[in-house]
Unconditional design. Structure first.
Length: 331
């Protein structure tokens, strides 16, 4: 008799988590979605609530969780500057104590455990593009440190649990990802630019717009997650996951203005502290060991994301973009 995998997804009602839950259900798994709804929303998983293999638990991963499962995807943590700087101590606790709790659970139930790490472990990189062997250039006491160092410590814990307890781990370093269900007020550049363009507001550009980012469409990233979790036990990571196509902020803004047909103008603001000048993944390892590389071009992904926010605006579920200069960054 074939038994369905029972898979726990922390942060499952968030942007990435909800897409992952949807994909896992599509693939036939039982899904336990855990979220404290600090940044996740019920709307993101509304379409899954009546699914017979879906279970939703309201829980904060900084407290222990006792469930039975075969695999764990640990995605819980605010991932945008506005959200993770709102309560930096809790952000660090979510990354570090949350990792300890999920690793402890994985050890107890002998589950394979996946850590959603981040390109922010590289800080403001002096190596470009960033390979996994690069140790980073991170400010340990700056306003971003709660997130950057929290994720770095979580990676340390994952590898120590593997060395000490022979735990099956997978670690992915996620670069900028975008798509439907992004939070409109999370300070991320794609969602902010799109909503500002659709509402005819000035597009807020921090710095001169020459800083670069690489943008991966959410469906491509979820494909990478599934491939990494299903890879042989010898494939551990960390593995970069992102789109190596590199764009300046000005190029992104102009593309969005064109696709939306907006008359929005660009308004320049001072660049925030510790904002990286360049960010582009080296995905050679993912391509070699997982045969993974993004397939959705930026223009195609932006169209889908614009359609999502346009529908949200028309239904009045999005009112406006809040820009907090002290917190907002071109992530």
């Amino acid at each position: 008799m074939h038994l369905e995998k029972r898979i726990l997804v922390t942060g499952g009602a968030g942007f990435l988590g909800s897409h992952l839950c949807e994909r896992l259900l599509h693939d036939g798994a039982q899904v336990i979605c855990v979220d404290n709804f600090y940044t996740g929303t019920h709307a993101n998983v509304a379409g899954l609530r009546n699914h017979p293999r879906f279970e939703l638990i309201r829980h904060d991963v900084s407290f222990p969780l006792f469930v039975e499962c075969d695999e764990i995807y640990n995605l819980a943590c605010p991932a945008s500057p506005i959200h993770y700087q709102r309560d930096p101590v809790q952000t660090t606790k979510t990354s570090v104590v949350g990792a300890i709790n999920m690793l402890g659970l994985a050890k107890r139930v002998k589950a394979k455990v996946f850590q959603a790490s981040t390109s922010e472990v590289y800080g403001d990189p002096s190596v470009h593009p960033q390979p996994e062997a690069y140790w980073g250039n991170v400010n340990p006491i700056g306003p971003r440190s709660c997130y950057d160092e929290g994720k770095r410590c979580a990676e340390t814990l994952f590898f120590d649990y593997r060395r000490q307890h022979a735990l099956q781990i997978k670690v992915a370093r996620i670069f900028n990802t975008y798509g439907p269900r992004m939070h409109p007020n999370d300070g991320r550049v794609v969602s902010s630019f799109i909503v500002q363009a659709l509402t005819g507001k000035d597009i807020t550009m921090f710095g001169d717009g020459s800083q670069t980012r690489s943008f991966c469409y959410v469906d491509d990233l979820i494909d990478g997650f599934i491939l990494l979790m299903g890879s042989p036990d010898t494939v551990i990571g960390p593995i970069n996951m992102g789109n190596p196509g590199e764009f300046t902020m000005l190029e992104l803004a102009r593309e969005i203005v064109e696709l939306t047909g907006s008359a929005s103008r660009i308004s320049h603001k001072p660049l925030p502290q510790d904002d990286p000048r360049q960010r582009r993944p080296d995905i050679t390892l993912a391509n070699e060991v997982l045969k993974w590389s993004p397939r959705v071009a930026l223009r195609e992904g932006l169209r889908k994301t614009i359609d999502y926010f346009d529908e949200q605006l028309r239904s009045r579920r999005v009112q406006d973009v809040i820009v907090a200069p002290a917190l907002r960054e071109q992530v």
